[in-house]
Design a protein around this ligand. Structure first.
Ligand code: ZN
Length: 222
């Protein structure tokens, strides 16, 4: 025997209200998963240093290393080992030809290699290292010096720019560090003046206290 409706009605009403309240509730908000911010991987150099190098065909190249009939440097290798510890690019440039070698020139010593290109091609760190100098000078224009450790350094001069490069910043071998330019107080053709240096970096003289070596020396070593 069922109870009289008047006794049950309030409970039915209450049940209906509760059901209504639940029905009106918005769908539960799913809290977003906490955003996982992963550290960016270090830049991955994809650049491969030139595996052959030629003398510039239309220029009179001072101190030119031996070359074959097509002006390609005999025995050229992409890398040179310095101080038995550091592997460096002989030509840390996207594309170029040798316009001047290392040695006596015009009564002075040309302390590096000049790599020439008509176009503003990319310049790359010759090896892993730390930027030690990033300055604009009257003689070398926009100039970077990278410290590769083990008393080994590289200099890159006349850069069109070296945007993003700061003293103390780390660079990886093959990383873009600038653009070939013709910056200096005097008018010069666009080229990279590139030096490999060894010794102790001096607080006063900086990279100019170092001893330059010929980046195109020791052919056939590697
Ligand atoms: Zn030079």
């Amino acid at each position: 025997m069922s109870p009289p409706l008047r006794l049950v009605a309030p409970y039915l009403l209450l049940a209906a209200c509760i059901a209504g309240i639940y029905a009106l509730q918005p769908a539960p908000v799913v809290a977003p998963a906490p955003e996982v911010v992963e550290a960016l991987p270090p830049p991955t150099p994809t650049f491969t240093f030139p595996v052959s190098m030629a003398l510039c065909p239309t220029l009179n190249v001072a101190n030119a290393p031996p070359s074959d009939a097509s002006l390609h440097i005999i025995g050229y290798t992409a890398l040179i080992e310095v101080n038995a510890a550091v592997m460096l690019a002989r030509a840390p440039v996207e594309q170029a030809c040798v316009s001047s070698g290392f040695g006596a020139r015009n009564g002075q010593t040309h302390t590096g290699i000049d790599y020439y290109n008509l176009e503003p091609v990319g310049i790359y760190a010759a090896g892993d290292g730390i930027v030690r100098e990033a300055v604009t000078r009257a003689d070398f224009g926009n100039m970077l010096v990278i410290d590769h450790g083990h008393g080994v350094f590289t200099r890159y001069a006349h850069l069109d720019n070296f945007d993003g490069m700061e003293v103390g910043g780390a660079v990886l071998s093959g990383q873009v560090i600038g653009v070939m330019g013709n910056t200096a107080a005097t008018t010069i053709p666009r080229h990279l003046h590139y030096e490999i240096l060894t010794g102790d970096w001096g607080e006063l003289a900086g990279s100019f206290a170092l001893t330059p070596i010929d980046p195109l020396a020791f052919m056939g070593q590697n």
